[in-house]
Design a protein around this ligand. Structure first.
Ligand SMILES: *[C@@H]1O[C@H](CO)[C@@H](O)[C@H](O)[C@H]1NC(C)=O
Length: 191
């Protein structure tokens, strides 16, 4: 009474339903595993050590007259000891890890700049230990001024799943301050 095509169709429809249910369960497992992970609760939050942070402000333009205003750029060095291994579970493909400088200026309340990033593709690379790591990207502001501002530095990471939703996580913020500009190292001083 059922021909081959009808049977094949029924089998295929059943397969698609099961596969879809598996995908949904897998997608849901990621957030649940992270939410209930005892390893994550036991692991110290990945904070950037305040003692290891070094912020310098340099200037571009007006190199010849040090008293003239010019565009300020911030360089940041930091130490990091972050154990992100607990964020790897069976549905974790990779972690996108990045350091974010946030600061407030009189004109703009919220400024955030990614100064360093890194991709972790396996659990045995997920313990990050960096010493005097130099930022890959400079800090700058639309008003060209950084000296005197206070800000924070924190680690953020996205948990990228094989199937499902990307989850964004962040560590505690470390206070930083932008100092007065250091003299340009290659200044030409008029004798
Ligand atoms: C930055 O922090 C220092 C020390 O806490 C404080 O004296 C200063 O007023 C702050 N600067 C700004 C712009 O908030």
């Amino acid at each position: 009474m059922y021909n081959f095509q009808q049977r094949a169709n029924a089998v295929f429809a059943f397969f698609v339903s099961v596969a879809f249910a598996m995908v949904l369960l897998t997608a849901a497992s990621g957030p649940l595993l992270l939410h209930f992970s005892q390893d994550i609760k036991r692991t110290p939050p990945p904070a950037i050590d305040a003692a290891g942070v070094n912020v310098r402000v340099g200037r571009v333009g007006f190199q010849y007259d040090y008293n003239n205003p010019s565009t300020q750029l911030g360089w940041v060095w930091f130490n990091l000891d972050a154990d992100l291994r607990p964020w790897f579970h069976w549905n974790t493909k990779q972690l996108h890890v990045y350091a974010v400088v946030a600061f407030e200026t009189p004109q703009h309340h919220s400024n955030e700049i990614v100064i360093w990033d890194h991709i972790v593709t396996s659990v045995d690379q997920a313990r990050l230990q960096l010493s005097k790591q130099k930022a890959e990207y400079l800090v700058s502001d639309i008003a060209h001024k950084l000296s005197g501002l206070n800000g924070t530095l924190r680690l953020e990471w996205n948990v990228v799943p094989w199937v499902g939703f990307l989850q964004m996580e962040r560590g505690p913020a470390t206070e930083i301050a932008f100092p007065q500009p250091s003299p340009p190292s290659h200044s030409h001083t008029a004798a």
